[in-house]
Design a protein around this ligand. Sequence first.
Ligand code: ATP
Ligand code: MG
Length: 353
Amino acid sequence: MKQIILTGDRPTGRLHVGHYVGSLKGRVALQNSGRFDEIYIMIADAQALTDNAEHPEKVRSNILQVALDYLACGIDPAKSTIFIQSMIPQLTELTFYYMNLVTVSRVQRNPTVKAEIQMRNFEASIPVGFFCYPISQAADITAFRATIVPVGEDQAPMLEQCREIVHKFNAVYGETLTEPEIMLPDNRACLRLPGTDGKAKMSKSLGNCIYLSEEPEEIRQKVMSMYTDPLHIRAQDPGHIEDNPVFIYLDAFCRPEYFEQFLPEYANLDELKAHYQRGGLGDVKVKKFLNNVMQEELRPIRERRKEWEKRLPEVCEILRKGSEVAERKAAETMADVRRAMKIDYFEDGNLLK
Ligand code: ATP
Ligand code: MG
């Protein structure tokens, strides 16, 4: 069986370091591993419109921003197909048929949908399109016959729901769709990177992000004003590293060589953590170290991004060509689905048979 990747991001803002460690960094590694036959990376504009219907300009302007972030992180258009969701009409078509295979109560039980409804204060007035987005996500994944979907932990319930749709479809209409597997980051700190404000998830919609395109001074200011352990008031107090975003970011981003480079009085992260927990280590010192780490990690991304910013027509062409390739693939799956569902009326005069 072909090994195929499908993954993507909503163009609701520039991408941030949570996206990077949760999904993008892994995608680049998978892309460069040579283990995959096809890789599709989708800019999910149609999904973004489900909760931004009144702000189409926001979604439109962020398409190029997300594409620039991809290229800056090392997504290579020669190896990965980058495309725009709404340019592939088959995705909407598949969604419509999958809707018949899912109950309202099943979507209501989806923990990510529940959390997102709450976060957006949608309790009383959920747009139907937003409510159905897990189903449309199943269409995105299955249209490309994805076998692997590399995403952050918040997407696990979506993958579960997608697998259920695949089972149901195949049971009702015969073996047609491919069942995908989720691929989560190995590093626990990267599963769901918290916000700089200490909230459980760094999210474009919450304004608690460090963006990949951030300038050095903005990174410094954000790191220095990060939420830490509220019980660690004076340097000599014992501190907590659990639920402390400064230490979670160090777990996610720090490489062993940064100690020698920026903080040689500690051999490694374990020693730094032990000192913080014992007491006697101030937040400012840890944050200054984290700032150095983030500056090192983000500099090459920002520099590559600036190069691509000078070549926007080329970026646009990458998206156009990618969308054509993606549509061809989705059309093949759609033809299989039509055949399985017996709605391929005009193929070989089927309606008369
Ligand atoms: P929005 O607030 O518009 O939903 P978002 O910041 O949640 O935006 P998405 O485009 O929904 O970003 O998510 C894109 C990918 O990044 C998904 O694979 C998701 O799992 C991953 N991701 C998003 N936020 C984080 C995070 N804080 N930590 C790890 N992975 C994340
Ligand atoms: Mg999201």
